[in-house]
Design a protein around this ligand. Structure first.
Ligand SMILES: [Zn+2]
Ligand SMILES: [Zn+2]
Length: 142
């Protein structure tokens, strides 16, 4: 039996070949409306959770995890079997792994804190104007 199961969450890609375990606490959670996230995930925006890299354990027994260099110094991790977009890492946020919250199989330890890259938000997808979250251009002050 493994201890601390309340302090972690499991997640995976669509086919399940790439899975991961995150150990709380997270660093932040934010909705990203940048055009790269939109295209990589085929969605209006992507809700990311930021974690210290050492708090993330990735299990990839079939070596399906691929990293695509989406911009200089930044990579997006996806499953080569099913195509799920799972991870983001970059020199700008060295030491952090960002994980798409939609791929978690359980609850997150905090609520979303902001909308970022709001300047490119999709006009065809509604967000709750009363969600109380700041809408920042670019990545915000963090
Ligand atoms: Zn997969
Ligand atoms: Zn983004």
């Amino acid at each position: 039996m493994r201890a601390n199961t309340m302090n972690e969450v499991h997640g995976s890609c669509l086919c399940g070949d790439v899975s991961f375990r995150l150990t709380w606490p997270s660093l932040w959670v934010a909705h990203c409306h940048c055009t790269l996230c939109q295209r990589a995930h085929g969605a209006a925006f992507v809700t990311w959770i930021g974690m210290n890299t050492e708090a993330c354990a990735i299990d990839d027994p079939h070596a399906h995890l691929r990293w695509y260099a989406s911009t200089p110094g930044a990579e997006r991790g996806f499953c080569a079997c099913c195509g799920s977009s799972l991870f983001f890492r970059s020199e700008r946020w060295a030491g952090e792994l960002h994980i798409a919250v939609a791929n978690l199989h359980g609850a997150v330890d905090r609520a979303p804190m902001a909308h970022v890259f709001w300047e490119s938000h999709a006009p065809w997808a509604a967000t709750d104007p009363n969600d109380g979250l700041p809408r920042k251009d670019g990545a915000g002050s963090n």
